[in-house]
Write a protein that binds this ligand. Sequence first.
Ligand SMILES: Nc1ncnc2c1ncn2[C@@H]1O[C@H](COP(=O)(O)OP(=O)(O)O)[C@@H](O)[C@H]1O
Ligand SMILES: N[C@@H](CC(=O)OP(=O)(O)O)C(=O)O
Length: 452
Amino acid sequence: MKVSKFGGSSLADGRQLQRVFDIIQADNARKVVVVSAPGKRFKDDTKVTDLLLAYAEGTIADTDTTEIVQTIKARYHAIGDYFDLPAYELADIDEQIDHLAKKHYRSFDYLYAAFAAHGEFLNAQLVAKVFTHLGLPARFVDPKEIGLRVDDHARSATFNPKSYDTIAKLDLTTSERLIVPGFFGYTENGDMATFSRGGSDITGAIMARGLSADLYENFTDVSAIYAVNPNIIDQPAAIKQMTYDEMRELSYAGFAVFHDEAIIPAIQGGIRINIKNTNDPDAPGTFIVPPTEVQQTAPVTGIANSNRFAALYLHRYLLNKEVGFTLRILEILKRHNISYEHMPSGIDDLTIIFDKTLLSQAQIDHMLADIAAEIKPDTLKWLPSYGIIMIVGEGMRNRIGALTEIVAPLKDQGISLQMVNQGASEISIMLGIQPDLADQAVKAIYHNIFTA
Ligand SMILES: Nc1ncnc2c1ncn2[C@@H]1O[C@H](COP(=O)(O)OP(=O)(O)O)[C@@H](O)[C@H]1O
Ligand SMILES: N[C@@H](CC(=O)OP(=O)(O)O)C(=O)O
């Protein structure tokens, strides 16, 4: 049995959904289908999730939402109409969109989460209706029905592993395809809470592990995961196979094609993952597998970079001598509910790197004010953008000279490094770099390793 997840780009309109239908119909093992909300149909289009977030904002501000509601309904109607779905089926979806603004929510965060989750919630209902209408029996499965529980972080929830027991009870013996909405689960109180953006990949992985699937297929709009983001380099080398750990590091550092948290259920359940292209389903795609299955030849598998990091730089003489210094800084972070990503340090200075998508301006301001007042550093700087490049490969384990080879081309480009972190993970090297030079550095490193 396979769990097949389709991303927003694969479900953006009726033509794409027809392709998804053909893929599912072609293989009876594709029993459980996890769907995202309709994504972008063209480059400057807006994802339904973002339309719903705008609708949430308008609802909170009590402004006129007529136009945004019409736009959201039109996205679902366009898909239904492509398949001549009866009008009453779409009226049901319209009603749920209208009803969203009338419900009571525990907080604004839960309001945002419920609106955003409806992108997937409604799309899964629509996909089940379309499949059935086309003659392939399909049933919408609400995550509530299978006990898909998450914690109380309304918009960046963490999955509760106890849910695996209830998910495992899902009846797979019926003739229907089971259509599960991605991206959200329910809290103990019964509220909808979403994973972080791109989180339908996580639902797919949870379902695959809970049901002990033979394969987790993740359908997207590229025929493979490439050694570097194809938006930076034209037609980069495709990766045929990589290990779970390689994928985790690469997706964390910028390979947006697969959510970094989605690897974890797959690792724990030993589930193989196959990234495939909805528009080119016969291409083998990329397999993400346990390390024992990969024959490593090249030292580097992929190079990722991301613009989602920010950093705090702090300098104070004799910082190395002071017992409890780092603890005091971490206490300030805790007070403002801030988590950090990395903390490289020297004898008199410290850099703390953050994921800025998880921070509000108010949190940053309060944290900096408290550090200035309580730690009294000689220098305290906030770097609103901090470039990170991650070079990843199981083949780098214990390989002498890997770092030299990686950084050599940067010298020719006149690019200096702000930070090098090697050794924390044996399979990756992390470089801190001026953010506007990151793409140039990635290109230079890639060409030196893959095309020289
Ligand atoms: N190394 C990479 N290999 C392939 N795609 C990548 C890579 N890094 C970033 N991407 C981007 O990820 C996109 C697919 O992810 P996403 O937009 O989340 O798809 P989906 O709509 O299927 O969820 C690709 O179109 C590509 O632009
Ligand atoms: N629709 C959600 C969740 C998701 O995974 O979407 P996609 O498969 O389009 O990346 C988002 O936009 O974040």
